[in-house]
Design a protein around this ligand. Sequence first.
Ligand code: MGP
Ligand code: SAH
Length: 271
Amino acid sequence: MRDPPPAPSPPPPREAETPQEPKRPEEEEAHAADAAAVAVAGKYWAHRHSLFSLYDRGVRMDAEGWYSATPEAIAAAQAARAAPAGLVLDAFAGVGGNSIQFAARHAPAGRPLLVSRTLLSPANTGVSFSCRGCYVVAVEIDPRKVELARHNARIYGVEDMIEFVVGDFFLLAPYLKADLVFLSPPWGGPSYNQTPVYTLDMLKPKDGHAVFQAAQKIAPNIIMFLPRNVDISQVEELSWLSSPPLDFESEESYVQHRFKGITAYFGDVAR
Ligand code: MGP
Ligand code: SAH
């Protein structure tokens, strides 16, 4: 009797491009990052379609992207709070999970809004057009992630709606204005949930107050995506940094009944 065929194994996850031999020092560094991406992707592979429903069309990730990208359904719900055609600053854009959903706002998965066509009426007569997506400025400090995010935005058909900026949000903040700032800073890696209560001073690279205060100077409306074990009273206190205090709402964000994080809304985006 013949052995049964081996169980199908998932194809290796795509990561940032793997350099060929021989490698220069910077290529070694990139290669190490790719290896890390593959390792991390092992745990997150099963979540690939909840992170990006169009994953199979060629979405690219790196290690941090695998564990940090906002799942698409959550990012879409967050984006739905933004005003249509508003200007959104995604301060920690990563591989683009949130920027893409703000730009594609309400476009059903798999049928991305054809933004470049909706900006002009067919005859270019100046007749009103419908554009439900937001204009997004996506700031990200890691240039490799910006390339991944740009590539992913292209897959979703929204690259034209997003201005990608490689830079440090804290340095750029004084020069920026927007209708809404979206904040999903690093939580300190997957071990964020090893503590019973996550306090805002654990956010990276600066504590939650510093992040929030930088955002307040940019826009009257702020959305923050935070760990599910965050101290929610601390988060609410951020609204008191304004006078009068900003409207505040917090929401538990789920993917298929699994609790993934807390979304905090400040300003007109709070219900
Ligand atoms: P998770 O808790 O690491 O995954 O992250 P999971 O599968 O819920 O873990 P488990 O406990 O069920 O095994 C859940 C979600 O939180 C991720 O999909 C990201 O959207 C978000 N997230 C996680 N981390 C570590 C970060 C981070 O450092 N920064 C940001 N912005 N989001 C993160
Ligand atoms: N919401 C994103 C994930 C963000 S993870 C998504 O869905 O894809 C947090 C990101 O913040 C990381 O990619 C990290 O490189 C970036 N980052 C860290 N410090 C930063 C800074 N000072 N300015 C801008 N980006 C920063």
